[in-house]
Ligand binder design. Structure first.
Ligand code: FES
Length: 100
């Protein structure tokens, strides 16, 4: 067994896709792709690769009509209907709270 230290903040970004006719409604899809790209850029610009992990994922169970859904760990919090600006602000705030 090998244990490894994880990040201080791990953000899962839904970029799930569905057919337009799906009874489950809109999926985050391209909106999630855009948030994912923005958060990866945010991490790269600050060089905080070890501290903040951003992972693209499938449906997180709250499929918003606008924006996308993210899950934040270690809090285990799910936030939905996010714009790019919302998501970046959340990550900035959470990252700032990890500082001593
Ligand atoms: S499709 Fe993104 S939360 Fe369900």
């Amino acid at each position: 067994m090998r244990e490894q230290t994880g990040p201080k903040l791990h953000v899962f970004v839904c970029a799930n896709r569905r057919e337009a006719s799906s009874p489950l409604g809109m999926a985050c899809g391209e909106r999630g792709d855009a948030v994912f790209a923005a958060l990866k850029s945010w991490v790269a610009e600050r060089g905080v690769y070890a501290g903040v992990w951003v992972t693209e994922t499938r449906c997180l169970g709250i499929c918003p009509p606008t924006g996308c859904t993210i899950a934040l760990y270690p809090e285990g919090q799910i936030v939905s209907q996010l714009t790019i600006e919302d998501a970046v602000q959340i990550v900035e705030d959470r990252w700032a709270k990890t500082k001593p």
